[in-house]
Design a protein around this ligand. Structure first.
Ligand SMILES: NC(=O)c1ccc[n+]([C@@H]2O[C@H](COP(=O)([O-])OP(=O)(O)OC[C@H]3O[C@@H](n4cnc5c(N)ncnc54)[C@H](O)[C@@H]3O)[C@@H](O)[C@H]2O)c1
Length: 318
């Protein structure tokens, strides 16, 4: 009996290719069908990854009884209708971030998923990155955090910057940082203050850059910085600092490198990994050997060279 999870891909663009490249290596998952409003895109995926069919009608995939789960990797304004339909057809869902363009739409999806009893996951990848998980494990409860995502300037005509389609990059990509901070804090936000606007682009209807201050229910406080005035080569696209009571971590290089600082080696913290907390150097210099070793080991499990997935449509990188 074939027990593989059968996947339908909706939206055959840059992000879907990242998933398909990964899933293609997992025997327990089978890529079965591809839908894109642009038939040629769906055809390209079928030719590359194999499967049953390619179509320009997403409903055909959503209603297909031989499909167990769908990847929804389309433009943001289409997420809600596709997710609600997927749930109604009993499909499990991996939906790309942002879940939807408004909070109301998110609740609509949540209700549809709850009613159907299916599983939904949003593509907030940062909390799954090996270095991020390790940093959280080492620092423990954060007191203060800084999370930054900085892109090179996204073209004005990118779909992600069109108000009704992508919603702007603070909504479209800044949600990564919001999720990262919630993960690191281990808590939900209770107060948010912010400034931002159309700072790098001419369209006043979108927020393309913003700085927010967040207070979490457990007392942790954070800054979130999102924009596209251009990357700082040291910080790279993703940058994050987390300060705990005795330890801190600076994640950079798209979270492939971390520098750890600590005043002491609290009982238990140093025993779970080679080198221990005493080996960490704060602030300056190359990451300590433990970080490099850890990265090398994790990198072996993560397909593809790092930092090569550049999204040419919206300037985001995965
Ligand atoms: N998690 C990440 O790191 C990450 C990175 C980049 C993009 N994304 C997200 O992935 C999603 C897709 O982005 P992308 O960069 O792949 O865009 P893309 O433009 O490369 O691909 C989107 C595809 O969806 C198709 N499409 C649009 N509306 C459709 C519909 N109603 N039905 C079927 N197909 C439709 C388009 O024709 C296009 O081929 C977005 O939600 C984006 O924010 C996530």
């Amino acid at each position: 009996m074939n027990s593989a999870l059968r996947i339908g891909v909706i939206g055959c663009g840059l992000r879907a290719a990242v998933y398909c490249d990964g899933v293609d290596r997992v025997p327990a998952v089978q890529l079965r069908a591809y839908a894109d409003v642009n038939q040629a895109s769906a055809d390209r995926f079928l030719a590359k990854y194999g499967g049953g069919y390619a179509t320009n009608d997403p409903e055909r995939v959503l209603a297909d009884p031989d499909i167990d789960a769908v990847f929804i990797c389309t433009w943001h304004d289409t997420h809600t209708a596709l997710a609600v339909s997927a749930a109604a057809h009993g499909k499990h869902i991996l939906i790309e971030k942002p879940m939807a363009l408004t909070i109301g739409e998110c609740w609509t999806i949540e209700e549809a998923v709850r009613r159907a009893g299916v599983t939904l996951t949003v593509g907030h990848k940062m909390r799954f990155m090996p270095m991020v998980r390790r940093a959280k494990q080492i620092v423990g409860q954060p007191l203060m955090m800084l999370a930054q995502m900085m892109n090179d300037r996204i073209p004005d005509d990118a779909w992600s910057l069109q108000p009704g389609v992508g919603g702007g990059s603070v909504l479209g990509a800044g949600c990564h940082l919001a999720d990262l901070l919630c993960y690191m804090a281990g808590s939900d936000p209770v107060e948010v203050y912010g400034v931002g606007g159309a700072i790098t682009h001419p369209n006043p209807e979108i927020v393309d850059c913003a700085i927010a201050t967040v207070k979490f229910a457990n007392g942790a406080i954070a800054s979130l910085i999102q924009g596209d005035p251009g990357r700082n080569p040291y910080a790279s696209t993703f940058f994050c600092e987390v300060f705990g009571k005795d330890k801190g971590v600076c994640l950079r290089d798209r979270f492939h490198q971390a520098t750890l600082g600590g005043r002491s080696d609290p009982a238990g913290a140093g025993g779970s990994h080679a080198g221990g907390a005493r080996g960490y150097r704060g602030g300056r210099g190359a990451p300590p050997p433990f970080c490099r070793q850890r990265l090398a080991r994790e990198a072996g499990r993560v397909p593809g060279p790092r930092g090569t997935h550049r999204n040419d449509h919206d300037g985001q990188t995965d």
